[in-house]
Write a protein that binds this ligand. Structure first.
Ligand code: PRP
Ligand code: ADE
Length: 172
């Protein structure tokens, strides 16, 4: 029986020299890998009381949607700047490589709602921190930050101190 780690292909020096890229598409392109990934993420949410799942464009959509569907919860797509048509709030942040800005519709989260944030991977934690800022600016409560992969060497957890952070695979 293959472990989830066995499905992840690691590519050195992509997209820049010195970065080891943990490629989630290698998990998705294998039916067993995809099934295992969703199953392991679902396990991490067992018994958790929450109202909404949110995920950041684009890889956060891949895992957020099947979990929301399976657990009969709403899914909130947090998008890169300029894509959402109605009134938004936005947050800028730095990545392992480059910078970005994400937005959420103002009416996407109601005050007091308990929110789970999902992404394929946490590196510096910049994306997650920005997601938390957006959710909290709308009055939501972030009850868990869930990842398929964590790059522990980049210490993204330090940026999310005080929040519930969980991941399926941890790389040094
Ligand atoms: C990747 C990944 C996470 C983020 C992690 O997304 O899917 O969202 O980087 O990095 P961080 O912890 O340093 O913020 P990316 O911004 O590359 O966009 P993509 O999902 O569209 O590929
Ligand atoms: N996003 C940010 N850093 C990454 C990495 N090393 N591999 C895959 N996705 C990433």
């Amino acid at each position: 029986m293959k472990k989830l780690e066995d499905y992840v292909v690691s590519i050195p020096d992509f997209p820049e020299p010195g970065i080891i890229f943990r490629d989630v598409t290698s998990v998705l392109q294998d039916a067993d890998g995809l099934n295992l990934a969703i199953h392991l993420l679902m396990e991490k949410l067992e018994g958790l009381d929450f109202d909404v799942i949110a995920g950041a464009e684009s890889r956060g959509f891949i895992f957020g949607m099947p979990l929301a569907y399976n657990l009969h919860k709403p899914f909130i797509p947090v998008r890169k700047k300029g894509k959402l048509p109605r009134e938004t709030v936005s947050a800028s942040y730095e990545l392992e490589y480059g910078t970005a800005e994400i937005e959420i519709h103002k009416d996407a989260i109601l005050p007091g709602q308990k929110v789970v944030l999902i992404d394929d991977l946490i590196a510096t934690g910049g994306t997650s921190k920005a997601m938390i800022q957006l959710v909290e600016s709308l009055g939501g409560i972030v009850v868990k930050n869930l990842f398929l992969m964590e790059l522990a060497g980049l210490n993204g957890r330090a940026k999310l101190e005080g929040y519930n952070v969980d991941s399926v695979i941890v790389y040094d």
